[in-house]
Design a binder for this molecule. Structure first.
Ligand code: HEC
Length: 125
C-alpha cells in the first residue's frame, strides 16, 4: 500500500513538473529577460553595463544599468518612458504595459544588485 501511494505521489509530481516549469518560464521575470535579450542587450549589453555589441558605433552611450546613478529617482517611470518614447540614439519600442513591467523587473533583479555592489566596493565588475 505504501509503495502504491509512493508511486502515485511520484506520478503526480512528474505530471506536475512540466506545468511548474511552464509557470516559471511564463512569469514576468522570464518574459522580461527574453524581451531584454531580444531588444535591449545589443546596446545595453548582456550584463547591463551599456557595452553591448551595437553600442560601439552609436554616437551616444547606452545607459549603464550597473551604475548606481541610474537607480536614483523613479526608475520604473524612467524605464517605461524611455521604452515608449525612445531617447537620443535609442529607438522607441512598442511594448505592452505588462511587457514593460517585465523588462523593468528583469533589469532590477539582474543589474541593480551589481550597481549597489559596485558603489559599496568602488570596484569595476
Ligand atoms: C540602439 C541601441 C539601444 C537599444 C536597442 C536600447 N537602448 Fe536604451 N539607450 C540607448 C542609448 C544610446 C541611451 C542613452 C540616451 C541618452 O543619450 O540619454 C539609452 C538609454 C536608456 C535608458 C535611460 C534613459 C534616461 O533617461 O536616463 C533606459 C532606461 C533604457 N535605455 C532602457 C532600454 C530598454 C529597456 C531597452 C530595450 C527595450 C533599450 N533601452 C534598448 C540605446 C539603446
Amino acid at each position: 500500500m505504501k509503495r502504491i501511494l509512493g508511486c502515485a505521489v511520484m506520478a503526480a509530481f512528474l505530471g506536475a513538473a512540466p506545468l511548474l516549469a511552464k509557470k516559471v518560464e511564463g512569469n514576468e521575470y522570464g518574459k522580461g529577460k527574453t524581451l531584454y535579450r531580444n531588444k535591449c542587450q545589443f546596446c545595453h549589453g548582456l550584463r547591463g553595463d551599456g557595452k553591448g555589441p551595437a553600442a560601439e558605433p552609436l554616437l551616444g552611450h547606452p545607459v549603464d544599468f550597473t551604475d548606481s546613478k541610474f537607480w536614483q529617482g523613479d526608475v520604473e517611470k524612467k524605464i517605461a518612458e524611455t521604452i515608449k518614447k525612445g531617447k537620443e540614439m535609442m529607438p522607441a519600442f512598442d511594448l505592452a504595459p505588462d511587457e514593460i513591467k517585465g523588462v523593468f523587473g528583469y533589469i532590477s533583479q539582474a543589474f541593480k544588485k551589481a550597481a549597489l555592489k559596485k558603489k559599496m566596493t568602488g570596484d569595476e565588475i
